[in-house]
Design a protein around this ligand. Sequence first.
Ligand code: 6GU
Length: 240
Amino acid sequence: MMRIDVLSLFPEMFKAVFEQSILKKAADSGSVSYDVTNFRDYAENKHQRVDDYLYGGGAGMLLMAQPIFDAVAALRKRSDSKPRIVMMTPQGERYQQRHAENLAKEDHLIFLCGHYEGFDERIREQLVTDEISIGDYVLTGGELASMVVIDSVVRLLPGVLGNETSAHTDSFSNGLLEHPQYTRPADFRGLKVPDALISGNHALVDEWRHKESLRRTYLRRPDLLSDRDITEQEAKWLEE
Ligand code: 6GU
């Protein structure tokens, strides 16, 4: 069972994701447990402030160390294993499928989500094991970003996806984009399903899918092909 803790000032946002569909099923079946903590509850000052002005001046506020240090300490006490502590910020390492595969091996993850404001650097220095950005654009907070990461990790946990193979055959697990797919009917208003797919010949189907995956990747995401060896057969397909 993987344990996922989230520290956020907006815990309600997580209901949208943890209480629906696959992520809910994963918790119901015991593959994962989620716990969202409002770190404002750990603020020691009497107005429960969690942020303060920048030393040296400048616009904006920063999340201060004390509430987050104490909230993390409380979560550690409740855990038998050494957690990865993941800070969500636009300055982090750009998130990729390989990071999801790596996080999915852990027993305990703690996500730190700031909203609008940055973090005091001592949080980063003393607590954080991983700092993640989900892409080159700016969100109002780390909450949505952490949900993206959590979704991508939980779907990889053993037993979470009904079809065990689907996590391994989808885009990125083989380094290529997914090939086009079709369902019934074979002829929709004159729009036909490719012959290879209705041939009943498994080898022909596999070859068609591989070829179309490669083609689509070449046209849409050539960057994905630059760190992958192209076989002689694949090179021929790309010339067709
Ligand atoms: Cl992790 N946080 C915020 N606030 N914006 C982002 C992000 C994270 N990743 C991309 N943009």
